[in-house]
Write a protein that binds this ligand. Structure first.
Ligand code: R5P
Length: 264
């Protein structure tokens, strides 16, 4: 890995802890105005100081993030399908030239292992890695889970390993039972995906387990920005990820920050 690639990766996965708290706000690329992201700028700006990186599309980056913000960008460069159609039918939508112009730290796309358009998405990953290697831009592969796909260690382990074998520099996947097997079979850093909004304590437990079982951080969206207290939640997640806080300790922090804000 050359210096530029390593430097960009270190902007996302912080060398001090070897971990990252990424904020995923790319949902609109296939699901339109997701709850909490109807007007992205207002949701994003209070969270930026606590995010190690933002994962988003060029459209939201251009319109809704201050170019003066000192936050690394992981740019989603795949798309082409919507929730109304077959989700796996994605292609690369944003060029590497554009990613460089936007000064991103990494690019990302989804792979749909086992889905109808599996090959198309795996070939897109491989092409993106070829371009990333040329310009020193790391590639994050997201293991998207199709509607009927089981989120178990066998399936997620397969998807993560394929992503790494095709050259992804880091991988995002869901937490599952025997998660350490997924981590163990993936030779590049792995970040845990969030998923639908769940209770804060549950989300902190999931994050804690993932970190203790070897994840290099989390990449969460709805669990943070759909919380009633998003800035408190992201700080609680940071405590788990960067300070090895126990879920209950982080939940206490969440409650005290949330209480302070609402004047309770
Ligand atoms: C997944 O493929 C996309 O990147 C999502 O838009 C994003 O990761 C979702 O984040 P969360 O599930 O934590 O809301």
């Amino acid at each position: 890995m050359d210096w530029g690639m390593r430097n960009r990766l270190a902007r996302v996965i912080k060398p001090q802890t070897g971990r990252t708290v990424m904020l995923a706000i790319d949902h609109g690329y296939f699901q339109g105005p997701t709850t909490g992201l109807e007007q992205p700028a207002g949701t994003i700006s209070p969270l930026v100081p606590y995010a190690d990186a933002l994962m988003l599309t060029r459209g939201v980056l251009r319109t809704s993030v201050d170019p003066g913000a000192d936050v690394p960008i992981v740019l989603r460069v795949s798309g082409g399908s919507s929730i109304l159609k077959e989700l796996s039918n994605e292609d690369i939508t944003t060029s590497m030239e554009e990613a460089i112009r936007l000064n991103v730290a990494a690019v990302t796309l989804s792979i749909f292992v086992g889905a109808e358009h599996e090959k198309q998405t795996l070939v897109s990953l491989s092409k993106l890695v070829n371009e990333g290697e040329r310009y020193g831009i790391p590639v994050l592969a997201v293991t998207a889970v199709g509607r009927e796909m089981a989120r178990d260690a066998r399936y997620l382990g397969l998807a993560c390993r394929i992503a790494a074998e095709l050259g992804a520099h880091f991988v995002k996947t869901y937490y599952c039972e025997d998660f350490e097997q997924v981590v163990g079979g993936c030779p590049v850093p792995l970040v845990m995906a969030g998923g639908k909004k769940i209770e804060e304590l549950e989300a902190l437990k999931l994050s804690y387990n993932a970190i203790q079982e070897g994840a290099s951080g989390v990449d969460m969206g709805r669990t943070i920005f759909q919380s009633e207290h998003p800035t408190a939640m992201i700080q609680a997640v940071r405590a788990v990820v960067h300070e090895n806080a126990k879920p209950e300790e982080a939940f206490d922090l969440f409650n005290s920050l949330a209480g302070a804000k609402s004047g309770v």
